[in-house]
Design a protein around this ligand. Structure first.
Ligand SMILES: [Fe+2]
Length: 496
């Protein structure tokens, strides 16, 4: 155990005033955990949860800002162990060593107005005169959004940045040991554009597909990482004003379908009434672009136009059937320029089914659930193909998730609800039972917290009943995305 940094009292300013957003300071390694209930013996592997954890207080808070911290719970032989580490990207190493965070964050960019504009100019002058490091934008990530397993390596992801490849080690007893060290991965200089926080893996080939959005230049990139190290990149489109985020998309056997939402990047907006570089443009209806998986520069994007503006963070699933592409996702009919994600100021989403007709190009839309669900979980082996179930995080409580709805996409009906009780969750991660045949044969794992304590909840994904609760040895801030790695994948990780 050691002390990561001295963390001053955090601001409790809205919209992140809930103590569950407060950062922590201790890094722990291999703490044995006490299981309350029955830990399924087949649950053998590692649960990794990424999220931001500011080392130093900022004038304004945003869930995207600060340094990143990775929380790891390893399950083996009926035992569970907890570790956590800062994700020590070049930017975070600088902040640690400097003892302060001099960089502007997304909070300033989405609510700071003219003062942020001035601060941005001062930051650029300091970089020019060597008073701040000269990171390129893709080198300057905190990489606190998601975790990727690809080709026997682990990466922390942030969609404005390069993937950060984590060093992996094991202790004397074979438990995984991470210290947050690693490197921004360019794959020998061949990756030079932002890498997605939601890349999609082809389970058969091991290839990973990323749509990376450079909202400043207005360029949208496709990057394909093949197993073994080959990389293909192409420019999907270029134009301004660009979508602020192309956060999630679907990968079918032949195509990638991505949303082009109404939330646009508008740097002039920082000096305007919204005081933000984000603008929800009601004249720009939500649309979906479709490209071939083997897209090359100059290949066209086929557009499917919806009839209303909207913003999408996450897509539950999508697939091709009956002459159409079907997409299921929570959509926001409006979105504040401050981007108050997972807070009481965030408007509620609706869960929608879109049908993109491949012959006519027409789009039909049906609202399946008029309720705030977000961060959907599915069996990721069934991504891009017809799948029955999605597990939807219930964010109707205003902050993070108060439970999970199991939703049957085929019958368009609820199939069970898991109440998180007095703690709040971040993402229901589905873990399939080995050799299971039914789609819901497995478990849901989520890290629950409230700012004073944290625990891992393991629930039966079929019956939506809790199996066990595992108290963690310290509070854990609300975070972002998680990853489950089974024992085979865990054991195959390349150690340095
Ligand atoms: Fe996400």
């Amino acid at each position: 155990m050691n002390v990561a940094a001295k963390i001053a009292s955090p601001s409790r300013a809205a919209p992140y005033g809930h103590p569950g957003f407060d950062p922590i300071s201790r890094e722990m390694c291999g703490v044995d955990l006490v299981v309350e209930g029955e830990l399924p013996a087949e649950l053998d592997g590692v649960f990794l949860r990424n999220g931001t954890n500011a080392l130093f207080p900022a004038r304004r808070r945003h869930m995207f800002d600060g340094e990143a911290m990775l929380h790891m719970i390893e399950f083996r032989g009926g035992k569970a162990r907890y570790s956590n580490t800062l994700v020590r990207t070049p930017r975070t190493r600088y902040v640690e060593q400097a003892g302060r965070n001099p960089f502007l964050g997304i909070a300033e960019m989405t609510s700071g107005g003219k003062s942020a504009l001035l601060a941005l100019m001062i930051e650029r002058v300091k970089v020019r005169f060597g008073l701040l490091p000269r990171f390129t934008p893709i080198e300057a990530g905190n990489n606190g959004t998601a975790v990727l397993h690809h080709d026997r390596s682990l990466y922390c992801l942030q969609e404005t940045a390069l993937p950060f490849r984590l060093d992996v080690a094991r202790d004397d007893d074979g438990w995984l040991a991470l210290n947050g060290q690693g490197r921004n991965e360019t794959f020998k200089g061949r990756l030079a554009c932002p890498f997605s926080a939601h890349p999609k893996s082809d389970e058969r080939t091991g290839a990973v597909y990323s749509i990376g959005q450079d909202f400043v230049s207005g360029t949208t990139h496709l990057s394909v990482l093949e197993k073994g190290g080959a990389i293909h990149t192409s420019t999907i489109m270029q134009g301004k004003p660009a979508a602020f985020f192309v956060h999630d998309y679907i990968l079918t056997d032949t195509h990638i379908i991505f949303p082009d939402t109404s939330l646009r990047f508008n740097p002039a907006g920082l000096a305007g009434p919204d005081a933000s570089v984000a603008t929800f443009d009601r004249s720009h209806n939500l649309r979906f672009g479709m490209i071939a998986r083997d897209h090359r520069d100059g290949d066209p994007v086929r557009w499917f136009e919806t009839s209303a503006p909207g913003h999408i963070w996450h897509i539950a699933n999508g697939w091709q059937a009956d002459g159409a592409i079907h997409i299921y996702a929570p959509v926001f009919a409006d979105y504040p320029a401050t981007m108050p994600i997972h807070s009481p100021q965030e408007p509620h989403s609706r869960f929608v089914h879109w049908r993109l007709d491949l012959a006519s190009g027409a789009v039909s839309e049906r609202v399946l659930l008029n309720h705030h669900y977000e961060r959907p979980g599915i069996d990721w082996r069934r991504h891009g193909v017809a799948s029955r179930y999605a597990w939807l995080l219930d964010e109707s409580g205003g902050v993070m998730g108060k439970g999970v709805l199991k939703y049957d996409l085929f019958n368009e009906s609820g199939a069970g609800y898991l109440d998180y009780g007095d703690l709040l969750g971040g993402e229901p991660v589905f873990v399939p039972r080995k050799h299971g045949t039914l789609e819901d044969d497995g478990w849901l794992i989520d890290l629950l917290a409230d700012g004073t304590r944290a625990e891992i909840l393991v629930a039966d994904a079929a019956t939506m009943t809790p199996q066990c609760r595992i108290a963690l040895p310290q509070p854990v801030p609300f975070g972002v995305h998680a990853l489950w790695l089974d024992r085979t994948a865990t054991d195959a990780l390349i150690t340095d």
